[in-house]
Write a protein that binds this ligand. Structure first.
Ligand code: BTN
Length: 227
């Protein structure tokens, strides 16, 4: 897939601006004044980090499938730093969050918003620590690496389907086979992260040995993990 970058000095949210752009367009801002995170949270967006939203077709699939395509793309792009993925699409460096990905559907388009802590790790309202790349690459270099990796991952997704992407995801995932906690709207549950379902749901083995499928929720490790 070919991408066309549109650069802005400052935007409220690159995801919001991307709603009125076409498939293949990429919106990048130097900073955001109302950066959006998951669960309705704010994504702190000072100068120096990457704020990028890519307009993708929905490929006729559930948005959740693309979450794995995006996670694999960003992990491949930043593999030389030793990053890991945390279900479904957080990118961690040394166990701390380096990249946030927010997918939003708009008609038949998917807006894939990616925030990378290139220069600094802003404090968040969420219950996790953050990491950054210490400015060892430029924002431009990081965006190019991600777009090139995304182009390859989309080819794999279209040629071989979600299964091939999930296999790649498992190779860079953290926490599989280990005890985790998952925060759900109805409370927290503990178990062992056994595998992914064919659609990417987290298969959690509960203390009574039954397996439950988690399709949405925040994952925490009972021990600190991540390279
Ligand atoms: C998360 O909470 O983990 C997702 C954060 C996503 C932040 C990015 S920054 C670029 C794009 N524009 C936004 O307003 N949000 C996403």
């Amino acid at each position: 897939m070919k991408f066309k970058k549109h650069h802005f000095d400052s935007l409220k949210s690159t995801n919001e601006t991307a709603f009125s752009y076409e498939i293949g367009d990429v919106i990048i801002a130097d900073k955001q004044t109302g950066g959006r995170g998951r669960y309705g949270k704010t994504w702190e967006s000072p100068l120096g980090n990457l704020y990028m939203s890519i307009v993708l077709p929905d490929f006729g699939v559930d948005t959740g499938n693309l979450a794995f395509v995006l996670a694999v793309s960003v992990a491949n792009a930043l593999q030389k730093f030793g990053v890991c993925v945390k279900w479904p699409n957080d990118i961690l460096l040394e166990g701390k969050k380096l990249v946030g990905i927010l997918l939003e559907r708009h008609d038949d388009k998917i807006i894939a918003g990616i925030g990378v802590n290139v220069a600094s790790s802003p404090k968040t309202e969420m219950a996790y620590e953050t990491a950054d790349l210490g400015g060892c690459l430029s924002v431009e270099e990081v965006s190019d690496l991600i777009l090139s990796a995304l182009s390859k991952a989309l080819d794999v997704f279209q040629a071989k389907g979600l299964g091939a992407i999930l296999e790649q995801w498992k190779h860079v995932a953290v926490g599989m086979g280990e005890p985790i906690r998952v925060n759900l709207p109805q409370g927290q549950i503990h178990g062992i992260f056994r595998d992914l379902s064919v659609s990417g749901a987290l298969l959690l083995e509960l203390p009574d040995k039954t397996i439950t499928e988690i399709t949405a929720g925040a994952v925490f490790f009972d021990t600190k993990k991540g390279k």
